[in-house]
Every structure is written in structure tokens, then in C-alpha cells.
Design a protein around this ligand. Structure first.
Ligand code: TYD
Ligand code: MG
Length: 454
């Protein structure tokens, strides 16, 4: 019988000690240590080939050749984009998201469409349940193998039988490895299972996707160390009440982290959205006050979004301020700027702000559109539907320049807008003639107000 050893793990960050501690010295969280049993004979499930390799070599960097063609096409444009142009062989990709957001659907859809042999292993659903879901999606790939399994040793055995070109694991939290005694989902299990798949991916060159659940505060459940072990971390997010889902990468060893993919959840699965602006701007026949359009960037991707504001007299003593999809503190700041610097009396008004489509935007370049929507609702005069905005508002009420203004202007032009308000400081080096849209430079909020509402 092997000797048993116990170790205390911080459930928050994965810090390891030999005795219990009240406070984690690494992440400073209280009461986060849990005792887990590990066996001392440290043999790994997928390590047999490691010791077999006898010669070690180093090469001058000029002599190392690789081909850019080598990436595997995921047959899913948005996923390819987020990964940086396809799946890199031998990479370990972690995809996280809240329950019910569509992680299993996305990965199953990839498995059913990709032009390669896939092994899809679920620890959560039976083969019949997976088949039921697959029938709602379209099945194009005849070489999609499914299995229900939670033991990593069995999964590697399956992989040897099937010889897949891609492996998908539906949830790392359900896996367990025999060499560790603690229960599935515990820190030491997650760490070890991920390490086994990392070794497998690197040795065989087969890319592995790991689906991971996230905790209440949005971190991938399990130690932070999991994010260090994998090559790419993708987050799948979106509001469950709206159909839109956003896939972004928070770490990518083989591409930029500023790309993002957009999907729409439909009855027949996830549809790729290649022109996001169309869905984010509501189509209406009647021009109403309180809406304005901002040209924003999500990562590298320009898109136009609709801001809706409602300003009404407050019924209670303390006016209410509420915002969806936009930082409430930033809204309060903009209201204070309007009050103090520009003399608009909003102190006794309720202000509600909403970004259409249920998305969240952190881009400061939507400030001017937010201010315009508020002023439009306050004055009850609509903003012309052919006008959009791309500028930040400073604490003094000045209109500040924003980054990548060329992308924002050309996207607005492409979508048929006729006028875009930008900061006059953004004009430097800008070739106005190049765009098929009127560029209106502005310096202060009053300036914009008088041009919009006369
Ligand atoms: P799922 O992929 O099971 O989520 P996760 O694995 O992230 O927990 O997604 C489930 C949701 O997606 C469920 O609420 C139903 C919805 N859905 C559709 O709307 N259309 C579909 O074709 C499928 C398969 C699921
Ligand atoms: Mg799932």
C-alpha cells in the first residue's frame, strides 16, 4: 500500500502548505484551506513517453522552422478568429463560462462541423443526451466520437483506440485521476487532470479543449494555476435573457487577446454573427428621444451600439440612477460633469441608462453618446438617426480623443451613418477626405449640444 500524505490547498488560489492556515499567505483569503489526500508515489498517468526520450537538443532560433499552414480550421469563423486563426496543434485550450451559457453547445457544434476526427468526452451527459442535443444542431462530421467518462486513465485509453485529431472534455471539474485520492472537482484533482492533458497534448500534438465552470465572481473554478498551465483561456459570456453570446480570450499564447467572437443562440444552436452592429442597433420606424449611437471597439472589433437613456422628474427625494451594461460610477460622473460644468439641471431627475442588446461596454469612447442620449431625453428632442459618436468626456466637460479612431469612423461609414462626432484632438493626422462620412470635430459638451439640438 502506498503511503498517504495530506496537503492543504487554498481553494481560492491553489496555494499549497503542509499544515492548516487561517489565512492564505498568497491571496490573503481567510478560511480557504481544505485538506486533500495525495499519494506520495508520484507517477503520472500520461508520462510514459517522457522518460523514453533519451536525447535532448537545443537549436539556434534561426533554424527552427514552422509552417503557418499548420493550424487546424475549426470550421467556425468566430472561434478561428478568437484563437488567432485556427487551432494550434498540441495546444491546451480552456473555455470557461457560467452554467447554461452554451459552452457544451458551442463545443459540440465545433465537434459536429470540424473536418477532423474528434473525441468528445462528457462527464455530465450520457451519450443519448449528447445525441439528442446533436440532433438539434446539424451533423456534418461523420468522424465525431462521443463518450461519457470521468476517469482520465480511461479517456487516454479511449484516445488510443479512437486516435482523434481533436479532444474535447466537457468539464474539467468532473474529471478524476486515479493517482490522487481526493474527490472530483477538488483543487488537487483539477490540477493533476489538467497536467495530464497538458502532457498528452504536447506529446501527441492533439489539441485539447477543456470546458471549465466558473465561480460566482467570474473566475474559472479551480486554482489560478489552471490558467497558467493552459495555452489559451477563452471566456464565453453574455446575458442569458438575450440571445447574444460573446467569446473572448483572456490569455492566448498563439494570438491576440483583443479579438472576440459573437454568436446568437437559436433553436438550432449558435449562429455566428459576422456583422454585430446590425443586431445591436434596434430597427425602428419612429425617431424617439433618448437614444444615440456610439461607435465602439470590443477588442479589435469595431461595432456600433445603441445607448438608451430616460430622464424623468424624480418622485422621491433622492433621485434614482440606474444603468445596465454601463458602469454606474461612470454614469454618475458624467451626470456631475453635465451639472457642474455645463449647467444642465439633472440633480433632481431620475436617470436610467441602458445599452441595447444586453451587452456590457467598458470603452470610454461611448461617453459622448451616453451624454447625448441623456441630453436628448432631457430636452425630449431626438438625435438624428444618421448621427453617431466616438469620444470620451473629461471631468472638465471637454471632449477627449480616443484610440483607433480610423476604425471607428470607417465602421460608421460602412454602416451608412452620415455624421460622426469626434474630439477635435483626434483630427491630427486624420485624412478626412478618405471617409464617406461627415466628421464633426467638437471640443466641449455645450458645443455638441448646440449643434445637435440648436
Ligand atoms: P449548454 O451548452 O448546455 O450550456 P453550458 O454547457 O454552458 O452549461 O446550453 C444550454 C442552453 O442553450 C439551454 O438553456 C438551451 C439553449 N440551447 C438553445 O437555445 N438552442 C440549442 O440548439 C441548444 C442545443 C441549446
Ligand atoms: Mg454543459
Amino acid at each position: 500500500m502506498s503511503k498517504q500524505k495530506t496537503v492543504f490547498y487554498c481553494q481560492n488560489c491553489g496555494y499549497q502548505t503542509s499544515k492548516w492556515l487561517g489565512k492564505c499567505p498568497s491571496c490573503e483569503k481567510w478560511n480557504s484551506f481544505v485538506e486533500e489526500v495525495v499519494k506520495t508515489d508520484d507517477k503520472h498517468a500520461y508520462s510514459k513517453n517522457v522518460s523514453a526520450k533519451e536525447t535532448v537538443e537545443a537549436h539556434p532560433i534561426q533554424e527552427v522552422a514552422y509552417s503557418t499552414e499548420i493550424r487546424l480550421n475549426a470550421c467556425n469563423g468566430e472561434l478561428n478568429r478568437v484563437l488567432g486563426g485556427g487551432i494550434v496543434p498540441g495546444s491546451l485550450i480552456l473555455i470557461g463560462g457560467e452554467p447554461g451559457i452554451g459552452k457544451s453547445t458551442l463545443m459540440l457544434q465545433v465537434a459536429l462541423n470540424i473536418n477532423a476526427k474528434v473525441l468528445y468526452v462528457s462527464g455530465e451527459e450520457s451519450s443519448q443526451q449528447i445525441k439528442m442535443r446533436a440532433d438539434r444542431l446539424t451533423i456534418k462530421n461523420p468522424a465525431c466520437y462521443i463518450a461519457t467518462e470521468t476517469s482520465t486513465q480511461n479517456i487516454f485509453q479511449l484516445a488510443e483506440q479512437v486516435t482523434p485529431e481533436v479532444i474535447i472534455i466537457d468539464s474539467i471539474q468532473t474529471l478524476h485521476t486515479e493517482i490522487i485520492d481526493s474527490s472530483a472537482g477538488s483543487i488537487s484533482q483539477i490540477k493533476e487532470c489538467a497536467a495530464e492533458f497538458q502532457r498528452y497534448a504536447k506529446l501527441t500534438g492533439v489539441p485539447v479543449f477543456l470546458i471549465g465552470h466558473i465561480t460566482k465572481d467570474g473566475a474559472i473554478a479551480g486554482p489560478k494555476i489552471l490558467e497558467h498551465m493552459v495555452d489559451t483561456v477563452l471566456q464565453f459570456e453574455g446575458d442569458r435573457n438575450y440571445g447574444y453570446r460573446i467569446l473572448r480570450s483572456s490569455k492566448n499564447r498563439f494570438g491576440s487577446t483583443s479579438e472576440l467572437g459573437i454568436y446568437e443562440m437559436q433553436n438550432s444552436g449558435l449562429r455566428e454573427v459576422s456583422n454585430p452592429s446590425e443586431i445591436l442597433i434596434s430597427q425602428k420606424d419612429q425617431l424617439l428621444s433618448g437614444t444615440s449611437i456610439a461607435s465602439t471597439l470590443e477588442g479589435m472589433r469595431p461595432m456600433l451600439i445603441e445607448i438608451q437613456a430616460l430622464v424623468s422628474s424624480s418622485v422621491y427625494g433622492t433621485p434614482q440612477r440606474s444603468s445596465t451594461g454601463f458602469d454606474l460610477r461612470r454614469l454618475n460622473m458624467l451626470l456631475a460633469v453635465l451639472e457642474k460644468r455645463c449647467g444642465f439641471r439633472l440633480g433632481a431627475k431620475d436617470v436610467f441608462l441602458n445599452i441595447a442588446g444586453g451587452i456590457r461596454v467598458d470603452d470610454p469612447a461611448i461617453d459622448l453618446a451616453v451624454v447625448s442620449a441623456i441630453l436628448s431625453s432631457n430636452a425630449d428632442i431626438p438625435v438624428d438617426a444618421k448621427i453617431c459618436f466616438a469620444a470620451e468626456v473629461g471631468l472638465t466637460g471637454e471632449i477627449r480623443p480616443v484610440n483607433r479612431i480610423e476604425n471607428r469612423i470607417s465602421e460608421a461609414g460602412k454602416l451608412g451613418f452620415e455624421k460622426i462626432f469626434i474630439s477635435k484632438y483626434n483630427l491630427k493626422g486624420l485624412d478626412i477626405q478618405k471617409y464617406n462620412i461627415d466628421i464633426v470635430p467638437a471640443s466641449t459638451v455645450e458645443n455638441v449640444f448646440s449643434r445637435l439640438f440648436g
